[in-house]
Design a protein around this ligand. Structure first.
Ligand code: SF4
Length: 153
């Protein structure tokens, strides 16, 4: 069975900016885990950022800036490159990434003003993976992801 890249926070790892996780307990994820399909990864931590860390948001010019004003674009890009490298190493064609994140979001990101407002957009890792032919689904699209996997077996 083919491997699937998945956001580490969805698997319960405490890698979110606030030191918490976004554990998803769906049966589909449990089944993938049992089958040994999951490659668990956090682009921001792999890009060198600490836990906890200040929240960061993508700006209109594509720079990624923390709430404290630091430019963390390079770390985000490094994490995205590592995600792509992992996908190539494991011949991964599908990823399940946490919606809304500046790295992992697939249809929503924050608006760049730290106002807790979501807008349409993709995180840095999602953008790079999709540009390289990897299908990215959010944790809200697990049925579609499973359907896609079925269609490619
Ligand atoms: Fe989760 Fe992705 Fe944020 Fe890491 S970068 S904490 S995997 S949403």
């Amino acid at each position: 069975m083919q491997k699937i890249l998945i956001s580490a926070c969805l698997m319960g790892e405490n890698v979110c900016f606030d030191g918490k996780n976004s554990k998803n307990s769906s049966e589909i994820i449990k089944k993938w885990q049992k089958d040994g399909c999951l490659v668990v990864f956090c682009p921001e931590v792999s890009g060198g950022l600490p836990v906890p860390r200040p929240p960061a948001e993508i700006q209109p010019d594509e720079q990624i800036i923390t709430v404290e004003g630091s430019d963390v674009t390079a770390a985000f890009e490094q994490g995205a490159e590592k995600a792509l490298g992992l996908c190539r190493e494991h011949h991964i064609h599908i990823a399940i990434l946490k919606e809304g994140s500046p790295s992992c979001g697939s249809s929503l990101i924050n608006d760049g003003h730290f106002s807790h407002t979501k807008i349409s957009g993709q995180g840095v890792t999602t953008q790079l993976l999709e540009a390289n032919g990897i299908f990215v689904f959010s944790e809200n699209e697990l049925d579609q992801a499973e359907e896609y996997l079925r269609s490619t077996q």
